[in-house]
Design a protein around this ligand. Structure first.
Ligand SMILES: NC(=O)c1ccc[n+]([C@@H]2O[C@H](COP(=O)([O-])OP(=O)(O)OC[C@H]3O[C@@H](n4cnc5c(N)ncnc54)[C@H](OP(=O)(O)O)[C@@H]3O)[C@@H](O)[C@H]2O)c1
Length: 368
């Protein structure tokens, strides 16, 4: 049984108002939704039942304390993360702690995924599950692990809906599409992207997803002459070509943190013939922007240079300061933080009891 519904303006407004006294400047309006400035990610951890249980508990606790963004991917922990999140959503809704229209579920597809555990012989597994079934042609796979093949994406959207127990996914990302550029030409990449976006527009029309986007690691951060560089303008042109002016490409995700500030600080993109940072293009097109690795996969929680205590005041821990940096960045909608521990949710959401830095305070950090 799939849970009906999706995040709506009415539902996310209701959710925001429940914590408005405690978390006054925590939610941002984007894409006609109220989105919490901190979201829960589910990438790290072993694919075990013990870690699943921790993620489910952390996600339930997060939704009860003011986080309405949940991010996962079909391949994370071999589908364990999607399923752990699915159990959290089911518990939240059946107990009345939250409603489906209050929370945003985001997932990703593109990597070849295993069901529950890595098989002893991965190539025999993919041969049987993907090639023989006709979901993917061998030449559509790059780096032995990634594809944008339309039939595969159609299949993976349904797999994710099943894992999450949700009839509609709020955001479906193409996962690290730059992986394709390691092996195919730019023209072939655009051809594959067109096919993938065709599937995503159709999935939106069928009510299976609400928005789609691109979640990248290097693609948006590297210099434009790198062979992994992805132009956001170019993706948006493809979305318009396939889906018309009312296309549903509405969100992007990329690493952004104190040690990886390229989205703001490096002109990796072009806009109207001029080099600009990614956040500039995202703002021009009204996209929601989600930062991944907001804590640099926990490294920033283990010690920031002393100056950050003064620049990011009123907070107790370096994890909170690192999150405050990200959520204060103009143009970042939501700082995703991987949290399988309820204690970390508690510590991190406390950041949102403070307003984000004002622009002048934020700029001061870059003037030192
Ligand atoms: N290419 C992509 O699309 C991509 C790539 C990477 C990540 N992502 C998404 O972005 C999310 C965030 O990135 P990430 O998980 O890689 O890295 P992250 O958020 O920078 O760090 C997560 C790690 O930090 C720990 N942590 C959380 N709060 C803490 C605190 N207060 N003190 C100390 N440690 C703390 C977590 O531990 P516990 O688990 O024990 O709580 C986890 O080990 C991911 O979960 C995923 O959803 C997307």
């Amino acid at each position: 049984m799939l849970i009906d519904g999706y995040a709506t303006l009415e539902g996310t407004t209701r959710y925001r108002l429940r914590s408005a006294d405690r978390l006054p400047a925590h939610f941002r309006q984007s894409r006609d939704l109220w989105i919490s400035s901190i979201g829960l990610g589910t990438y790290l951890g072993d694919p075990t039942e013990e870690v699943d249980k921790r993620y489910t508990e952390a996600a339930v606790f997060a939704a009860r304390t003011g986080i309405n963004v949940f991010d996962t991917a079909v391949n994370y922990r071999h589908m364990h993360s999607e399923r752990a999140l699915g159990r959290a959503v089911s518990e939240l809704i059946s107990s009345g702690m939250a409603r489906r229209d209050e929370i945003m579920l985001a997932t990703k597809g593109g990597f070849l995924s295993y069901d529950g555990e890595a098989p002893a012989d991965p190539s025999a597994y993919f041969q049987e599950k993907l090639i023989r079934t006709g979901l993917v042609q061998p030449e559509e796979i790059v780096a032995g692990c990634h594809t944008l093949a339309p039939r595969y994406l159609e299949n993976q959207i349904d797999v994710s809906r099943g894992n999450l127990g949700a009839r509609s996914i709020d955001i479906y990302y193409l996962h690290n599409p730059e992986t394709q550029l390691r092996e195919v030409s730019h023209d072939e990449f655009l051809r594959r992207l067109r096919g993938a976006i065709g599937v995503l527009e159709q999935a939106e029309a069928d009510g299976k997803i609400r928005l789609y986007g691109a979640a990248t690691w290097n693609g948006f951060r590297v210099k434009s002459d790198s062979n992994e560089a992805i132009s956001l303008e170019e993706i948006l042109n493809v979305a318009r070509e396939v889906g018309g002016q009312e296309h549903h490409f509405g969100a992007i995700q990329l690493p952004f943190n104190i040690a990886m500030p390229e989205a703001l600080a490096a002109s990796t993109q072009m806009s109207n013939g001029r080099p600009v940072p990614l956040l500039h293009v995202a703002r021009e097109h009204g996209l929601a922007v989600f930062s991944s690795a907001s804590l640099l996969q926990s490294h920033l929680a283990q010690g920031l240079p002393a100056g950050f205590q003064q620049w990011l005041p009123g907070l107790e821990t370096d994890a909170q300061r690192a999150i405050q940096f990200v959520r204060s960045t103009p143009g970042i909608t939501c700082a995703l933080v991987g949290m399988s521990s309820q204690r970390h949710v508690e510590e991190n959401i406390a950041t949102a009891t403070r307003p984000p830095l004002a622009l002048a305070e934020y700029r001061r950090m870059f003037q030192k």
